[in-house]
Ligand binder design. Structure first.
Ligand code: ACO
Length: 323
């Protein structure tokens, strides 16, 4: 059977780093509160000239370089974002043009913090059915532009950035020992809309709006939903949780990462944590964490890795990949 294989990863961050202490000079908060409640120590904030498309393009170029692949051979770009450059066209088409691989398929997916998992699942399906051979899957966000900087309960939690992965179709035996994406499980529950949403949009207010979140309730749902989908994913492939070398989670809050790992019986040393450096970068967080752990040598060829995320909608999902 055909499976999508991960050939390379890349990431990009805005130039400006903002520490908790710098934020505390502008907002009624403290480094101590942010670190204790979330594990976040700093975030990167996009400046003039930096947009979701420019960050996505840089992450894509780094991923292509890592894979040793020419952009011209990319026939599919799926870009996950909740903060596109424009309402339309899709930011993916801007990235495609910047990379010079015009002519293939390019579109955005909107699943907020689960966006990279939704994009990965979509690209994997299109590769397995033969619609594409080489794909770029990108998560890119500029959440700083939809934050209410007067609302300390949300503005301290997020950052900007982008991460990308290059996938290629390869033939494998079709069993649990295969390399490539082994399975992706995705879910949504629209009943939870009001716990995490943006209070604007083209068809409602004709404004961009600001992020609104009932953090404590999101936290409670996140741990339950993530533990359930992790279990579903490993069971679907027929492997055990102990077989997983690395968990690469969405980086929302260190306490969510710890609670989910504990519930699943996963040792904390096997969980990639970047929330301290990047904060919550929504759809960019999983590929940013994946790229960080590949480049620093933790994640290696042959490893079994489990990606997972949960976000607004609610949406959530997980993907099991053997490198
Ligand atoms: N600085 C100082 N104090 C603050 C801050 C701040 N930045 N924010 C809130 N507080 C205060 C509150 O006012 C409250 O004070 P009170 O007790 O006097 O009323 C107190 O701190 C506790 O507030 P809680 O909201 O109950 O704090 P909690 O421990 O729940 O932590 C947090 C809040 C960090 C938001 C947590 O609930 C969380 O991480 N939730 C999950 C968020 C998440 O996972 N999002 C993922 C998806 S994101 C996406 O999809 C876009």
């Amino acid at each position: 059977m055909t499976r999508a294989h991960l050939l390379g990863t890349g990431s990009a961050l805005p130039k400006r780093l903002v520490t908790n202490a710098e934020l505390a000079a502008e907002v009624d908060t403290s480094d101590e509160w942010i670190v204790e409640r979330t594990g976040i120590r700093q975030r990167y904030i996009a400046g003039e000239g930096e947009t979701t498309a420019t960050l996505a393009t840089q992450a894509a170029l780094n991923a292509l370089d890592d894979a040793g692949i020419d952009a011209k051979s990319i026939d599919l770009i799926v870009l996950a974002t909740a903060t596109p450059d424009n309402t339309f066209p899709a930011t993916a088409t801007k990235v495609q043009h910047a990379l010079g691989c015009n002519g293939g398929i390019a579109f955005d997916v909107a699943a907020v913090c689960s966006g990279f998992l939704y994009a990965l699942g979509t690209a994997d399906s299109m590769i397995r059915t033969g619609m594409a051979k080489r794909a770029l899957v990108i998560g890119a966000e500029t959440f700083s532009r939809i934050l209410d900087w007067e609302d300390r309960t949300t503005c301290v939690l997020f950052g900007d950035g982008a991460g990308a992965a290059v996938l290629e179709a390869r033939e494998v035996a079709g069993d649990a020992a295969d390399t490539g994406i082994l399975t992706t499980k995705l879910h949504a529950d629209g009943a939870q809309h009001d716990l995490l949403y943006v209070d604007g949009g083209p068809s409602t207010t004709q404004t961009v709006g600001h992020l609104r979140m009932k953090g404590r309730e999101v936290f409670r749902h996140a741990v339950t939903n993530l533990a359930d989908v992790l279990k579903e994913t490993v069971e679907a492939v027929g492997v055990k949780t102990e077989d997983v070398d690395w968990v690469v989670p969405h980086q929302a809050n260190k306490r969510i990462l710890d609670a989910t790992a504990k519930k699943m019986g996963i040792a904390p040393e096997r969980v990639v944590v970047t929330v301290d450096k990047h904060a919550n970068t929504s759809a960019a967080s999983v590929p940013l964490a994946l790229d960080t752990a590949r480049k620093d040598g933790r994640i290696k060829a042959g490893d079994l890795i489990l990606l997972e995320a949960m976000g607004g909608g609610f949406t959530w999902g997980a993907s099991l990949i053997r490198l």
